[in-house]
Design a protein around this ligand. Structure first.
Ligand SMILES: NC(=O)c1ccc[n+]([C@@H]2O[C@H](COP(=O)([O-])OP(=O)(O)OC[C@H]3O[C@@H](n4cnc5c(N)ncnc54)[C@H](O)[C@@H]3O)[C@@H](O)[C@H]2O)c1
Length: 394
């Protein structure tokens, strides 16, 4: 295989952005696109500057006709597992946006399908590839942290989210009173002349799942668990408009994580790791361009020190990475996916790691609904035995 023939399923804002970035990989050929709505397909073709690409509105047709080796999925996380599994059953490797699922049954379905088919499944979570996490992973592996005792993280992202999708056109609006377009769809011309009615719209996955912001936890758990190669074993969670989960891990660390999407507050990611020997902290907000505080190191000898070198972006990153979204990290999932399939590289976010970020989030939401009771997380690798000390390197 000289080039990876990649199909794309789901061409909302995320799918269009990523497929355009992926098309610039010299070993990727975009094989075809599939979405329910003409408008999204047209916008994607425009972005790719390739009007002759095969397009499909029906995934079964795409599966039958499109000449592809792998599938990139950026569709609603509430439904994508079924599509991922059908693709794997047909021998297609899958690269899928996070969160991979919102039910534990689907976590098992993903794991079972990967084990049965032997096909590669990778979750395209990008934050774990940040430079600071790479540094902290190496420090943890060399024993600098000692035992990991406590980890904190948070992801807050306030937007006026598009909760309603037009059944026929795919237009997304933020409310059903004035039909204001979701600004994330700004590269699509919104048909304001049309007379809309509330009954023309259906609620979408954002409407149905953002009431539990903790569901979006995989973006925090993915980098956190990659640093000290661990998995969550139990969780409890409380919430109001935002949700806060407390977790215990297999290596006996305690993790406290908060997520919020509809609370009008500062936005961004933040991380803090406290080992028995040292502690580290990321900048307080967003990515490097917007960082208003400096990453920190705490040691017994020197106390707190500023570590401005612990950026998210890799200073030696290739140009395509530097130009990619989310502080330059969006490039790494596709780079690693292509390297894995064409050159036998490692799967840096395999199905186990994917469900180990999804299940604690799903079960945290259940805990919240039960008033904060402590719940156990299944061990998805138990069947095959787990080597928790196997170092994980990118
Ligand atoms: N990694 C990140 O930082 C990041 C950022 C944003 C979104 N995401 C993830 O990307 C995914 C997509 O996000 P989005 O904001 O673009 O969502 P979206 O709902 O706007 O887009 C999903 C697309 O899937 C299409 N679709 C739905 N059902 C389909 C079907 N049966 N067949 C073909 N197409 C179908 C819809 O028409 C839509 O265009 C989600 O899983 C989200 O969690 C990840």
């Amino acid at each position: 295989m000289n080039k990876l023939r990649l199909g794309a399923l789901g061409l909302g804002p995320r799918g269009r952005n990523m497929i355009s970035a992926y098309s610039s990989h010299e070993e990727v050929e975009i094989a075809g696109l599939c979405d329910l709505f003409d408008k999204n397909l047209e916008a994607a073709l425009l972005k790719l500057n390739n009007p002759s690409l095969p397009v499909y509105k029906d995934f079964d047709e795409m599966l039958d006709e499109c000449q592809m080796d792998a599938l990139y999925i950026a569709m609603p996380p509430t439904i994508q597992v079924d599509y991922a599994c059908r693709a794997m059953e047909r021998g297609l490797h899958v690269l899928c946006e996070p969160p991979c699922t919102y039910t534990t049954d689907e976590c098992w379905k993903l794991v079972d399908t990967v084990e049965k088919t032997g096909i590669q499944y990778m979750m395209a979570e990008q934050l774990r590839y940040g430079y600071c996490f790479k540094q902290w992973r190496e420090m943890y592996d060399s024993g600098e942290f000692g035992k990991m005792l406590f980890v904190e993280g948070q992801y807050t992202h306030y937007e006026k989210w598009g909760f309603y999708t037009h059944r026929e056109t795919g237009d997304v609006v933020t409310d059903l009173e004035n039909f204001e377009a979701d600004k994330r769809y700004s590269d699509i011309k919104f048909d304001t002349d049309k007379k809309f009615q509330a009954s023309d719209f259906t609620t979408n996955w954002r409407h149905d799942t953002f009431s539990h912001p903790i569901y979006y936890l995989p973006h925090e758990l993915s980098p956190i668990l990659s640093v000290f190669n661990d998995r969550v074993t139990e969780v409890t969670c409380y919430g109001n408009e935002l949700e806060v989960a407390l977790m215990r891990t297999e290596k006996d660390a305690i993790i406290r994580l908060m997520t919020a999407f509809s609370t009008y507050c500062h936005s961004g990611h933040w991380f803090h790791f406290m080992g028995s020997k040292i502690g580290v902290e990321s900048s307080r907000i967003g990515y490097d361009d917007f960082a208003i505080s400096v990453p920190l190191l705490w040691t017994k000898d020197n106390g707190w020190e500023k570590r401005p070198d612990w950026t998210y972006a890799h200073t030696d990153a290739e140009e395509l990475a530097r130009n990619s979204g989310h502080g330059g990290m969006d490039w790494y999932p596709i780079r690693n996916f292509v390297n894995m399939i064409l050159h036998g590289g490692p799967n840096t976010m395999d199905v186990y790691r994917a469900v180990e970020t999804a299940a604690p989030a799903i079960i945290a939401a259940q805990s919240c609904e039960l008033g904060g009771v402590k719940l156990q997380i299944p061990d998805f690798r138990a069947k095959y035995g787990r080597d928790i000390n196997k170092a994980y390197k990118i």
